[in-house]
Design a protein around this ligand. Sequence first.
Ligand code: NIG
Ligand code: FE
Length: 423
Amino acid sequence: MLTDLLITNIKSIIQAEEVPQLKVCGPEMSEIQTIDDAFLYIVNGLIDDFGLMTDLHKGNIPYKNQTIEIIDARGKYVFPSFCDSHTHLVYSGSREMEYIDKIRGLSYSEIAKRGGGILNSAKKLHKTSEDELFVQSINRIEEIISMGTGAVEIKSGYGLNLEDELKMLRVIKRIKDTSPIEVRATFLGAHAIPEEYKSHKDKYVDIVINEMIPVITSENLADFIDVFCDNGFFSVEDTERILMAGMKYGLIAKIHANELDYSGGIQAAVKYNALSADHLEFTGDNEIKALLSSETMPTLLPGSAFFLGMNYPPARKMINAGLPLALASDYNPGSSPSGNMKLIMSLGCIKLKMLPEEVINAVTINSAYAMGISETHGSIARGKAANVFITKEIPSIEFLPYAFGSNLIETVILKGKIYSSTP
Ligand code: NIG
Ligand code: FE
């Protein structure tokens, strides 16, 4: 039996929902529900109750267990943990030399064409044992947890052959089984075209469909299927074939789309009822119209546009049109070597012109939706997982994205247990 946790004197609980919502769209994105001078009560890893301190003093809380740990959060905020719905954090080594090439003026596509980029990471991953890959990856997991992330989606896609894709997906499963963070796994065999299939891409697509998907799903190693549908990578036709095959085996579609061009990927995502369509730097009126007719969560990854010095997606136009938006880190060695979701909030405000309330919704409830877990994560509601963090003493919630370089998270609680506390 876990010890109950009672957090008292909270300056304000953020995203405290009496009636939970699965996502928020358009104008609702600038609203967040808060309770000032509050308490939060956690039992058996779940949020049991919350409310005003005055109610707690009246003795209205039905304590469930004998052992109870009390945390005084005077002057501090309690947030639901960040949900990072798009990462590639299982990878081997790093690619800072390409970063230098970029500084010297080469583009992401030019680096990829020279055998750098994703293929470079695939080479490194091939030479790395599963155990070593796990050690590198769990270090990144521990880092993102300490920065407030309580749920993460992780993609394969640096294997690009059955054996190495399985290696990645088994590492993701090991993270799922051993870490308190909530994990969802995505099979992204169609992340890049391996060197040996460069002039016969169709053959590689056939391998993804006929060899990889059946084995991966038979071992239950993935929840979602993703394709990099963009200029120089996979076409709409390839994408549709792969998504259809994955869905036949029970995988839910996700997509990398319109990062490098108007690829048609957004429309393909909508057609296959994708849970999310991600990147979206090239989004025009037709793409917005398609997304408005769907349940697909548009997910923006400002870390990669920032790191690559590329265009940002038209977030304001999308919200004003009534769309929901999620934000995620895209944590990967090539285009966004950071899983810092607080920094992503700052980039959302500074570069995407989103308001602090909008970015808070985008990194909690909407990104939970984008990984299919908004019934259990992404806000503070009774019965939801007790994945929350307590801030340091800060003047306002706006201070969080504003102080973009400061670590403002003091205590991390995952599944109702204190994971770390650094006053
Ligand atoms: O989401 N766009 C495609 N894939 C990754 C980049 C991966 C890499 O460069 O290693 C992304 O940005
Ligand atoms: Fe990505």
